[in-house]
Ligand binder design. Structure first.
Ligand SMILES: [Ca+2]
Ligand SMILES: [Ca+2]
Length: 97
């Protein structure tokens, strides 16, 4: 649908921008997926709800809370107890979530 925009670009440029765009879009998509309440941050409740849904409730509540706690401990760099887009990117880059 958007290919007409790139009609004049060289194949190399097209690949370059395509890759950049895709990575950024994947981050944004994942961020929106995790930010359940849509406040622009992935907080503990967001993480808990998303991870519970993704794991199909194969983990106990206590296990899930531990995972959320550890995730915030490692990736919440500014200590506001929620993950910004930048902090969330670090999480994605370091894990298979
Ligand atoms: Ca949120
Ligand atoms: Ca934070």
């Amino acid at each position: 649908m958007l290919f007409s925009h790139f009609a004049g670009a060289s194949p190399q440029a097209l690949t370059y921008f395509g890759t950049l765009d895709q990575a950024e879009e994947q981050y944004k998509f994942a961020f929106r997926l995790y930010d359940v309440d849509g406040d622009g941050f992935v907080g503990g409740t967001d993480l808990y709800n998303t991870l519970s849904a993704l794991s199909g409730r194969s983990h106990s509540d206590a296990q899930m809370e531990q995972v959320v706690h550890n995730t915030l401990l490692h990736f919440d760099e500014d200590g506001d107890n929620k993950l910004s887009m930048e902090e969330f990117k670090a999480l994605l880059a370091s894990s298979s979530l």
